[in-house]
Design a protein around this ligand. Sequence first.
Ligand code: M6R
Length: 363
Amino acid sequence: EKGGYEHFMLKEIMEQPGAVKATIAPRIKEGRVVFEELGLTASEIGEIRKIIITACGSAYYAGCAGKYAIEKLCRIPVEVVLASELRYSDPLIDKQTLVIVISQSGETADTIAALKECKAKGARTLAVVNVVGSTVAKLADYTVYTWAGPEIAVATTKGYTTQVTVLYLLAVYFAGQLGRMEGEERKLLIALQALPRQIQQAFDLNSSIPVLAKKYHASKSLFFIGRNTDYAIALEGALKMKEISYLHAEAYAAGELKHGTIALIEEHQPVIALCGNPAIMEKTLSNIVEVKSRGAEVLALTFRNNQKIVSVADDLLFIPKIDALFSAVVEIVPLQLLAYYVAKENGCDIDKPKNLAKSVTVE
Ligand code: M6R
């Protein structure tokens, strides 16, 4: 049932090109994004003044990554709120708020409670869910399924990438309905349809990860840094590392380092620097130089021909050239593999990490 793989997690990582393709395919017809399952009319979409995305864990980080694409293409403000916080925060929600609830299992207690709270306050609710017929899917006004197929490993991989894919598709769809596309849709659709192939390329480019894992597995802690979309991806990369390898890992917005965290950098501290967003890369490069000058060991994630980054880093993870707007789906892949091989090196129970459950059905 593991299809020849040693763990479900690795099988599910490898299934991502197919899962992302299955999520995209039914939503693109005749050169346009369609969401037949959404009963929202163009004028109802036009009434949305604010979007709140709420979820837990990796689903929350999927929201953090999707926010950039929605805001950029739709110019609607997006707030990403942890479900466990939203439910107790008396959120500012009304009929003009669209609440997007994300959950792989559709059974996460805090997410269900946040959804109920938002419905009670009059918001329209849209669920992005993997498990068909789950509680979240049933409760929301609209449900959009991620067609990832069953996910068995506790650490989500294809669940996360298909969630982000749906948010990208929704961003393009809403922007089209709002009349904000100005002939751009074709270009964006080509970029979306390239994602499954680019995930495959990310596998092919990173055959050295098991070797890197041997170097980094005994680290006391790992810092993940990045800016903008790279930061959102760093958050998920650090969570993957923590939950399956039990190493302390923390993600920081690279620009924040100087405001305190840099005090923790000492000789040989590993820093994983995400440089997948050309618009902001120069700034991250200067943070790399800062941490290196304090003795950090830098593992940079970037494009192969990105000489500036390649020449300063100690080690490298590669991604193919991608559209930064849609980068999370591809850029997370080397970090999933790194977490997997570090955990393997440390002899951890990868599919069933200690203290964790696949679906957190209690508060
Ligand atoms: O089923 P859900 O998407 O609602 O689960 C949310 C989180 O519990 C989940 O993403 C968790 O953080 C994973 N273990 C991450 O790999």
